[in-house]
Design a protein around this ligand. Structure first.
Ligand code: NAD
Ligand code: WQD
Length: 337
């Protein structure tokens, strides 16, 4: 298939492009490089032997989007482009809604105009909120979000649902990611956020390479195995492979499906610290800090629907997730430059 990959220069998008190319798909990447580097393109080429076409454009720019649809006949769109910093979204909500919701609507309108009927959308476990029992099942529906980022994902899900009801030729797979971590085995692509990392694994990586002194563990009094927060970490290469299966599923099935992409296993913060120390051979000093506002004690997926509908099962365990994160950070301590 010929696939438009919005946000394809980013962390999850770049890994997905590599897996799509490996399966013989043709990718056109559209990204405004807001949170990625142009050099990701060289890295994708180095890994896959193919240099995908790249369009430097913003999904909120209708004319630029229209040009891309005018120049290519796409079979499908995988829509990653979005802003994702939870804390920042509380400070600048309108920017998040404009980018993540406004930009998506423009994209979906052009898909309709140019008769592109297959869509995979990046959603998040955050749409479950905090009131459902674990493991989280798609059938629970959506809960209450606690920040504009999460609400922007929830709104996209609702828009896609209404749109699928109205347009019977549309196929949409909404993937709810749990906690993506790790990097490609080559160490050529991965995640190195700008500034102080918000997420656990990039922060631990910074501590392991001596860039930060110690990890703050946000709370050790949760009702979990060791008191620290438990999450369902998934290797980004597994997540990328799930996208290939999802877009191939969309091409064969009409209507909308919402599917969790996780492993079904929950690891605590301290278990991740131990696994990282073992994988890297480095010390990861930490202190117990107060709980972080908005955190839940435990969050992990029921991964059965992904297995039944897509034939997807995560292959990589926590050792690979830590090892590959470390391999990427030692090769790219300042990110992809
Ligand atoms: P990322 O920031 O690495 O990638 C997103 C890419 O989109 C970046 O390259 C950025 O430059 C681009 N982008 C942002 N706004 C754009 C716009 N208006 N026009 C064009 N390009 C734009 O993030 P990621 O971790 O790869 O996440 C990809 C998607 O998955 C996002 O939608 C994110 O919300 C979602 N998601 C991520 C996680 C996670 O923990 N990483 C979890 C759940 C869902
Ligand atoms: C994991 C655990 C923290 C940092 C976030 C978003 C979610 C989704 C994925 C996009 C928690 C603890 C963390 C640190 C710590 N993103 N922690 N010290 O919060 O599960 O999910 O990313 O959709 O929407 O909210 O991930 O990696 O931030 O935290 O102790 O410095 O690590 O308290 O228990 P989270 P995370």
């Amino acid at each position: 298939m010929k696939i438009l990959v919005t946000g394809g220069m980013g962390y999850i998008g770049s890994h997905t492009v590599v897996e799509l190319i490996a399966k013989g798909h043709e990718c056109v990447i559209l990204d405004n490089l807001y949170n990625s580097s142009i050099n990701v393109l060289n890295r994708i080429e180095e890994i896959s032997g193919v240099r995908p076409e790249f369009v430097n454009a913003d999904i909120t720019d209708e004319n630029a989007l229209r040009n891309v649809f005018e120049n290519h006949q796409f079979d499908a769109v995988i829509h990653f482009a979005g802003l994702k910093a939870v804390g920042e979204s509380v400070t600048i909500p309108l920017k998040y809604y404009d980018n993540n919701v406004g930009g998506s609507i423009k994209l979906y309108q052009l898909m309709e105009e140019y008769n592109v009927n297959n869509l995979v959308f990046s959603s998040s476990a955050t749409v479950y909120g905090s009131s459902f029992e674990m493991p989280l099942k798609e059938a629970y529906g959506r809960g209450t979000t606690t920040n504009p980022y999460g609400t922007s994902k929830l709104m996209n899900e609702m828009i896609i649902e209404d749109y699928c009801h109205a347009r019977k030729e549309l196929s949409a797979v909404v993937l709810r990611y749990f906690n993506p971590v790790g990097a490609h085995k080559s160490g050529l692509i991965g995640e190195r956020p700008n500034g102080i990392p918000n997420n656990l694994m990039p922060y631990i990586s910074d501590v392991a390479i001596g860039k930060r002194e110690r990890l703050n563990v946000f709370g050790d009094d949760y009702d979990t195995k060791d008191g620290t927060g438990v999450r369902d970490y998934i290797h980004v290469v597994d997540l990328a492979k799930a996208h290939v299966l999802a877009i191939e599923y969309a091409a064969k099935n009409k209507g909308m499906e919402t599917i969790n992409i996780g492993t079904g296993n929950g690891y605590s913060v301290l278990e991740i610290v131990e696994a990282y120390k073992k994988a890297s051979g480095k010390d990861v000093p930490y202190v117990i800090a107060p709980r972080r506002a908005g955190d839940v004690a435990t969050c992990y997926a029921d991964p059965n629907k992904a297995k039944e509908l897509l034939g997807f099962e995560a292959q990589y365990g926590i050792e690979d997730m830590c090892l590959d994160s470390y391999n990427f950070i030692i090769k790219n301590p300042n990110g992809i430059e």
